[in-house]
Design a protein around this ligand. Sequence first.
Ligand SMILES: NC(=O)c1ccc[n+]([C@@H]2O[C@H](COP(=O)([O-])OP(=O)(O)OC[C@H]3O[C@@H](n4cnc5c(N)ncnc54)[C@H](OP(=O)(O)O)[C@@H]3O)[C@@H](O)[C@H]2O)c1
Length: 356
Amino acid sequence: MDFLVAKDDLHRCRFVDSEPPELEPGQALLQVASFGLTSNNITYAMFGEAMSYWSFFPAEDGWGRVPVWGFAEVAASRQDGLQAGTRVYGYLPPSSEFVVNAARVDGRGFVDASPHRAKLPPAYNSYARTDADPIYDDAHEDEQMLLRPLFFTSYLIDDFLDESELFGAGTVVLSSASSKTASALAFLLSRREGVEVVGLTSARSRDFAGRLGVYDHVVAYEDISELPLERAVYVDMAGDAAVRDAVHGHYRRELAHSAVVGATHHDQMGELPAALPGPRPMFFFAPDRVTKRSEDWGREGLEQRLTDAWRPYLEWTGTWLEVLHGQGPEALEGAYLDLLDGRIDPARAHVLSLPR
Ligand SMILES: NC(=O)c1ccc[n+]([C@@H]2O[C@H](COP(=O)([O-])OP(=O)(O)OC[C@H]3O[C@@H](n4cnc5c(N)ncnc54)[C@H](OP(=O)(O)O)[C@@H]3O)[C@@H](O)[C@H]2O)c1
């Protein structure tokens, strides 16, 4: 069973059943066990065409499968070294099962070398065996599905800002402060000396963002003009043109860097105006930093640093995150449409599965 979304109207979705294909030599059939769903997956759909997210898991003409992160099990394999029953973590389609061309198989996992994925960022094409993954902990599978990709991004932004010496600023301003990606970044920044972290959020999420305890100040989008004028870096998760304009218009020359990370407020996304005050916003593309840090530190060096940073973060999320488990097509469609329309309680997150 596949969950399909119309590429030209993300509110139109449906489920289709198909027969599992015959495996060719080198292929394996992966059964999707469960996966997380947050606003980040909505961004994959929003940028499906522009950033090739639709290309990972092709569907029939005009329809796309929104990528998700989760666990899968090898149900059948025609690749030596990859046994049926192997459990992996990675980038999955919202489907019951899918076929990979398993390459570079070793004790840590494998890479899907399917031709349609060849030009896509390698960070999304590898599958980690749970029995060899330093981050894996069977007591925290839900958190891994939901938070690992978001935390990974936040870790890379925190590292990028640190390497850039905060572009000479002392304050970091984050939008969508209640989102899991923003709060993970705030958590990491709050552990650094001398960094002031400001969270911008909607009126409805303000109390929640404040209770997280990782922001020095939580400010409603309407009150941006009241922020103290000091040298600052902006990290934009919201992609809301009005919020971005307000931040740039307020800090102007004091804005040391402006990074675009996501687009939670996709209904309000706009073109960049030619005369935006301050620096031109730069898209932060996590896979590029993975490539850079893998070269600098080696793959294992990066993994070790991530694992060390993940443990205290995981402990902290245990104080506020509530996981909602849903099974079957209705639960998936409902969770997807709620996220698409911004009907979100930021303290909660969905873990879903389809019938196998
Ligand atoms: N570039 C990358 O590599 C990368 C990687 C990971 C995540 N991201 C981005 O980070 C952002 C956060 O993702 P997440 O999964 O952490 O989010 P999440 O926890 O599901 O976010 C919940 C919050 O996002 C805001 N929001 C979500 N949908 C909205 C809508 N339709 N209208 C208005 N506000 C909405 C609200 O925040 P407020 O009320 O606080 O505004 C809401 O409380 C996404 O844009 C995602 O794409 C980017």
